[in-house]
Design a protein around this ligand. Structure first.
Ligand code: F6P
Length: 373
């Protein structure tokens, strides 16, 4: 069926590059003669009967947005249409709004949806296809870079460069005060940001969810370093890093409309324990949403343009649904079945892990006596 009208939305946590993809889809689809309509705030624009929530994205509407962080469409991680918060007597109640969504999508004459998101958004896309949406093309977004089926997601390079710049800054103040600085970066299930920023920013310790750690191993690494005369250190920890007994540190609980409990606080815990056990003065910094905000770096801008134009191309050249993945440096349309269910974590034998170990970095899983003075 020839495409005439498509919808586009952004779901889950934002990431630098969302606006770039929106622009690329809008411009490339316009050249095909299609109309592109934005759905605001995940799927809310289709569920609330407010035309303001469905802006037409013609070339004028997407001018000058490529370098801007955030998303002109807004996003949410509380917008699951199968468990949608509907206000009843001033309180949000969960409702399955999938039928209304599919009906409205068809009434509005959309031939396909381009969904920008991570694993949560791609699972929703799969369920909505089953519920009757005609076609969905996913575009891989997440600063965590943990989406299965693709080598890279947009937003990741920007987050890594923000984290690396923070490490550079923390290095100088750590050195001045002879302190250990513990830097908490994002990464719920995957330690890609910690690993890249840790290596690029010259950290001494990298703690990630995939490699459970022992505090004693971290203490030993720090002692060896201080004994060698380098009397300051940088520890990078992903928010989802776990101790070997499986314990992670949380700030908030799962909610009725929140799929995941809110992580946060592991750097504070580590700073306290390191200070207490080693006697070295220790401070912690949480980079948090700084990693999600701001302008995308050039790599993410270019990636966003490639992925957005590829989404249009696959809509035109195939009749399939799936994720526009990057594999081996080229885009490829990958079935959602290869993408949903689980995340793509760091393998313990990944070359980057081996590189870091070869450089003497500590992951907190080393046996005693590993770090020689
Ligand atoms: O999925 C990306 C991510 O950055 C995770 O690493 C983090 O746990 C989460 O977003 C935090 O999202 P929010 O604060 O928006 O709930």
């Amino acid at each position: 069926m020839a495409i005439k009208r498509i919808a586009i939305n952004t779901g889950g946590g934002d990431a630098p590059g969302l606006n770039g993809v929106i622009r690329a889809v809008a411009l490339s689809a316009y050249r095909e003669g299609w109309e592109v309509v934005g759905i605001r705030e995940g799927y809310r624009g289709l569920l609330d009967d407010d035309p303001e929530l469905l802006p037409v994205l013609d070339p004028d509407r997407v001018r000058g947005i490529m370098h801007l962080g955030g998303t002109i469409l807004g996003t949410t991680n509380r917008g699951d249409p199968f468990n949608f918060p509907v206000m009843v007597d001033g309180k949000p109640e969960p409702r399955d709004m999938s039928k209304k969504l599919v009906d409205r999508f068809k009434e509005l004459g959309f031939d396909a949806l381009v969904a920008l998101g991570g694993d949560g958004s791609m699972s929703l896309a799969t369920r909505l296809l089953k519920a009757g949406l005609p076609r969905v093309i996913g575009v891989p977004k997440t600063i965590d870079n943990d989406l299965k089926g693709t080598d890279i997601t947009f937003g990741f390079e920007t987050a890594v460069s923000t984290a690396t710049e923070a490490l550079d800054r923390l290095h100088t103040t750590a050195q001045s005060h002879r302190r250990v600085m513990v830097v908490e970066v994002m990464g719920r299930d995957a330690g890609w940001i910690a690993l890249h920023a840790g290596i690029g920013g010259g950290a001494d310790v990298i703690l990630i969810p995939e490699i459970p750690f022992r505090l004693e191993s971290v203490y030993e690494k720090l002692h060896r370093r201080y004994q060698r005369g380098r009397q300051f250190a940088i520890v990078v920890v992903a928010e989802g890093a776990k101790l070997q007994d499986g314990a992670a540190v949380y700030k908030g609980e799962k909610g009725q409309f929140r799929e995941h409990a809110q992580l946060g606080g592991i750097s504070e815990y580590l700073a306290r324990e390191i200070g207490r056990a080693t006697g070295y003065e220790t401070r912690n910094v949480v980079l948090g949403h700084l990693q999600r905000g701001g302008s995308p770096v050039t790599y993410d801008r270019v990636l966003a343009q490639r992925l957005g134009c590829a989404a249009t191309r696959y809509l035109k050249e195939t009749t399939e649904s799936g994720l526009v993945a990057m594999r081996g440096g080229r885009t490829q349309l990958v079935p959602f079945s290869e993408v949903v269910g689980g995340t793509r974590g760091v393998d313990a034998n990944d070359e980057l892990v081996l590189t870091a170990r070869a450089l003497g970095l500590c992951f907190g899983d080393e046996p005693p006596g590993t770090f020689v003075a």
